[in-house]
Design a protein around this ligand. Sequence first.
Ligand SMILES: [Zn+2]
Length: 454
Amino acid sequence: MKQTITLLLILCISYAQAQNADSVTIRKFYNEALANGKSYEWLRHLTKQVGPRLSGSTGAQKAVDWTKQLMEQEGFDRVFLQDVMVPHWVRGAKEVAYIQNGKQKTTVPIAALGGSVATAPKGVEAGVIEVTSFPELRALGADKVKGKIVFYNRPMDPTKINTFEAYGGAVDQRANGATEAAKLGAVGAIVRSMNPRHDDYPHVGGMRYGTGVPLIPTAAISTNGADLLSKMLKENPNLTFYFKQNCETLPDAKSYNVIGEIKGSEKPDEIIVVGGHLDSWDLAEGAQDDGAGCMQSIEVLRLFKALGIKPKRTLRAVMFMNEENGLRGGVQYADLAKKNNEKHMAAVESDAGGFTPRGFGIVGTPEQRAKVMPWKPLLAPYGLLEIGAGGGGADIGPLAQSGTVLFGFRPDSQRYFDYHHTAVDNFEVVSQRELELGAASMAALIYLLDQYGL
Ligand SMILES: [Zn+2]
């Protein structure tokens, strides 16, 4: 009995010592990121010098060249590119839209959704059918919808505490609205912006056409514009809506994932990925989405080097290409990992903005999640309290097929959709401190993953 107690005591003490050593190291990551962090100045360069980075654009290519050069300058062990063919959609001249109510013409802000076709050169004008769901649309039937513009006006649910949940509850309108409307003979689809605020910025984003269905033009309208259109429709159901857009899908373009690596000292064949997506929508600088996540990922590797911590496993910062309108980079990365027999133990993605860290969502088996739970006390002092089952990330998603455990960095979600896919997602909306805290939080998790495995 006495022996057992002594053994337990020794175990407890060594566990406490390990926890203490880990807590000291984690503190160092935060100190370095907050006192000497580079992610913010890098983000300034990416947003101000490179700018918008939609797949296939010159901005995207510039971002590839610059992040490669940056990781080389930081002295990572290996920096390399992976070829990937990406969709190449261009917006063309700015869109025009107005509500025609008798003699009164009211201009409203719209923006073509990514992947949409253009209108005819003279634009399209038609009566409007307002709906808040696909079942409501189908119930109206082709008789009422044919020849009309369908106006999807279901808002993000403001009562959801996590705004990603509200987004998930509304985004079907953007993704499939045009197809569902076209099935019933509509000539266009206008979608209320995925935005919890009332303002004048259209929020763009990807959409898909179904096979065998006419391709009709589709655009996002600002939330204020949507409210106005809805109000005017109630007063005059016979008003018409006009819009003109000039977008075009060009042939696929060659692009790249950009990867920087620190070789593992003990298990170099086990890889831990940390990444974000390098492409962004075209209306702004792509600061929160996802310049922040990319710069944080490179900063994670820099932090290891700056602190002289040699990881046991190989760490990779991955700048994925084409998350926004194709996910080709994420798919290509996972395909190559499989082809090259690479073992990816874990992947961490930052694609929810550079806001105050709250935790990590984990995609893995209950046993794998259970291994992470003892780390909670080490992360709690930094506000990382939301650690549990949840989303990983779009780019790292395809790795799950090979058994990689996915971690989605979860910052505070309250302001993300104020900027998401709009003309205001610029450098100025990112807080230096919040960005740096995020980078340190990701480094802390990766340090623990590297130390203890899964
Ligand atoms: Zn994103």
